[in-house]
Design a protein around this ligand. Structure first.
Ligand SMILES: [Zn+2]
Length: 87
């Protein structure tokens, strides 16, 4: 069951990457990314752009976003979801 639409997912991803969303929203987004490859592609693109920006910011400021860790978390979560479903 799809609880959240692609448009909402894409709107929320920016906040997600800034780690500004409550856990239950994050779980919804991750659940959607697991089932929707077009949103996953979108996320990966946004992640790369943000990662580049953050790297530049890090030269001058302390940047609190951690895009790489976030990507790892999502991979792990998706893995968990897949694993649970196969079980
Ligand atoms: Zn989608």
């Amino acid at each position: 069951m799809q609880l959240i639409h692609c448009k909402e997912v894409r709107d929320q991803l920016m906040y997600y990457m800034d780690n500004e969303l409550p856990t239950h929203i994050k779980d919804l987004l991750i659940g959607h990314l697991k089932n929707c490859s077009s949103c996953l592609d979108y996320f990966n693109e946004e992640k790369q752009i943000k990662s580049k920006i953050c790297n530049k910011l890090k030269d001058a400021y302390i940047c609190r976003c951690n895009v790489e860790k976030l990507a790892e978390d999502i991979k792990k979560k998706i893995g968990e979801i897949c694993y649970n479903k196969e079980d």
